[in-house]
Design a protein around this ligand. Structure first.
Ligand code: C2E
Ligand code: CA
Ligand code: CA
Length: 577
């Protein structure tokens, strides 16, 4: 049989006869074991509830040093959750109601109390208080791990900050995120995921002092408050310990799991003086840890704030740029090195930024790639370039081919071939007039899939160019793997082709190799007549560069095309200034 645990009853009563009566009644109680403590004054009662663990107070309303409802209020102010059962000689229902409103759990009328009634009133009050506590606990704690939840974490941090302010101390807030938790959850199911979270929670609790708060604030996100941090109890040591402990192997069911975690740390008051700022900055520092490669910690710095802010702003602005059609295409003509006639053009994107003016692709393409918007923008580029090309042809202008740059992500998109097919048929461009430019970095990854997509594109009649050739690790080997139509020698070689023997030798080798493989070869970044002469001597096919024309608007290129109807002499300076 389970042993009954005695409940501590504090009886506050100055009438010895009533005290005796209660003693007798409680000693007969069958269901609950009561331990009775008696006080005759409010002063003693207040001392008792402060020092001892009292389960319920049985309170006489008329005492030598306290009268009426005030007695309830005084006790509650010391121990707010304390259940109080009022005893009164007065049989007034209104008074009873006021007592309940003041915080009493129940009331008994003297002279009408029997054993069962008293026992029940006391037990119910205790039960109700426990239930209340359970509900509060549930509202403030994470059901899975039992850790504090986001709400309680905020309350504790608020409290910690006000204490630290008085004591002139610092607090460290750690934000923590499990690395790649989702893949474990997806692969092994939520059951395993939940057990992993519970195990992580235990390790987190083991890594800090008992006074520190560890909270689960989201799926696989945790937060920790370290109060009174100074040199001896330093936050980086804790962060290191946490990363090490979480990084140790987990054995869950039959699975051996490894997971890392990233941590961001912000201090009160150095990184913020209120709850929201400290939390936000810990999150910013966490973002830094994650974007730096995970499984590491970072302290918040002001500089990060700007980076994060810029990132958020940029993302929003890029989306807006798409909606408001702020992207524009410029076209750089390419020339046939024999005839000097325009043989094609390369479409190059710019962002007509409402405040900053025309921005080059280097300033936003990496951002578009990072946030996944590149596919949408890439589709727009392809469609616009094809439309423009058809317009030139319809106007009777001979523009040859149009080249469009692709970023890696676009190419391996599920329905990229389909997108291209649709654009070809919607715009009516002759596929042989479209060239897609890929860089080597794009070919290194997903070789098989890339090969498959390139075969598809070539089957449609599109030509493929390898861009920035010579800058990768293994440029030449790609020429064997992939059947390119065009090779574009990177501008870094052309830049020094007339000054450095090595660049001249490599450029010569690239041109002769391309010729051998019957690949069209283009030199980019031609800026001087000496460079042009060198390349012509090596019988390069096409030339692109500032020497002839920078990238220009479609309407400017239209003018150039009209003027070109007059034979263009290759050695002439650019038609455009
Ligand atoms: P890229 O494909 O190598 O493009 C050639 C870059 O060299 C262009 O820079 C062009 O303006 C510049 N250039 C042309 N002639 C000369 C010259 O004589 N001297 C020098 N110093 N530079 C010259 P831009 O327009 O800033 O484009 C930079 C890169 O951005 C491109 O390099 C390409 O990789 C990427 N890009 C441009 N448009 C797109 C696009 O629509 N989609 C994707 N995914 N990438 C694009
Ligand atoms: Ca290019
Ligand atoms: Ca290039």
């Amino acid at each position: 049989m389970q042993r009954k645990i005695a409940k501590n009853i504090l009886l506050v009563e100055d009438n010895p006869g009533d005290v005796r009566l209660v003693e007798i009644m409680l000693s007969h109680s069958e269901n609950t074991l009561f331990r009775l403590i008696c006080n005759t004054t409010m002063a003693d009662a207040i001392e008792t509830v402060t020092k001892e663990s009292i389960d319920v107070v049985l309170l006489e309303m008329s005492l030598p040093d306290g009268e009426g409802l005030e007695n309830i209020t005084r006790l509650k102010s010391r121990v707010p959750s304390l259940p109080i059962v009022v005893m009164t000689g007065c049989k007034d229902d209104n008074f009873a109601l006021t007592a309940l409103k003041a915080g009493a759990q129940d009331y008994l009328i003297k002279g009408q109390i029997d054993e069962a009634q008293l026992s029940r009133a006391l037990s119910y009050s205790i039960e109700r208080k426990n239930l209340q506590e359970q509900i509060t606990h549930m509202a403030n704690h994470d059901q899975l791990t039992g850790l504090a939840n986001r709400e309680l974490f905020r309350i504790r941090l608020e409290h910690a900050i006000s204490c630290a302010e008085r004591r002139n101390e610092s607090i460290a807030v750690l934000y923590l995120d499990l690395d790649h938790f989702k893949s474990i959850n997806d692969a092994l199911g939520h059951g395993v995921g939940d057990m992993l979270l519970k195990n992580v929670s235990k390790r987190l609790l083991d890594s800090v002092r008992e006074v520190d708060t560890v909270a689960r604030i989201g799926g696989d996100a945790f937060a920790i408050i370290l109060e009174g941090v100074n040199e001896t109890y330093n936050a980086s040591a804790i962060a290191e310990k946490i990363i090490e402990r979480v990084g140790e192997q987990f054995n869950i069911k039959e699975h051996v799991l490894h997971i890392g975690c990233s941590v961001g740390i912000a201090f009160y008051p150095h990184c913020g003086k209120d709850v929201d700022t400290v939390i936000n900055n810990a999150d910013v520092a966490l973002y830094k840890s994650k974007s730096n490669g995970r499984n590491q910690y970072h302290f918040y710095t002001n500089e990060m704030d700007w980076q994060a802010l810029n990132q958020v702003n940029t993302d929003t602005k890029l989306r807006k740029a798409i909606e408001e059609e702020e992207f524009v295409l410029h076209y750089q003509p390419q020339f046939d090195s024999n005839s000097g006639m325009i043989s094609g053009s390369e479409a190059l994107i710019r962002w007509q930024h409402p405040q900053k003016g025309l921005l080059p692709p280097a300033e936003f393409i990496p951002l578009l790639e990072k946030n996944g918007l590149i596919s949408e923008v890439g589709k727009w580029v392809l469609e616009s370039a094809c439309k423009q090309h058809v317009q030139w042809q319809n106007a009777g202008l001979n523009i040859g081919k149009v080249a469009v740059n692709l970023s890696g992500r676009e190419l391996i998109e599920q329905d990229f071939s389909h997108t291209v097919e649709t654009i070809l048929s919607d715009t009516g461009i002759n596929p042989s007039c479209l060239e897609l430019e890929l860089t080597e970095s794009l070919l290194i990854k997903n070789t098989e899939r890339t090969q498959y997509i390139l075969d598809n594109l070539k089957a449609m009649g599109i030509t493929i160019a390898i861009d920035d050739f010579g800058t990768g690790y293994n440029s030449f080997s790609y020429l064997k793997t992939f059947l390119f139509d065009t090779l574009k020698i990177d501008q870094s070689f052309i830049q020094h082709v007339t000054e450095k023997g090595s660049e001249a030798a490599i450029t010569t080798a690239m041109i002769s190799l391309a010729k051998e493989l019957e690949i069209n070869v283009v030199a980019e970044g031609v800026e001087t007549s000496e460079q042009l002469k060198f390349l012509q001597d090596k019988q390069i096919n096409e030339i692109q560069g500032f020497y002839f024309s920078p990238p220009v608007t479609a309407s400017d290129l239209t003018d150039i095309l009209y003027k070109q109807q007059l034979p263009l002499r290759l050695q002439q300076r650019a038609v455009m200034s």
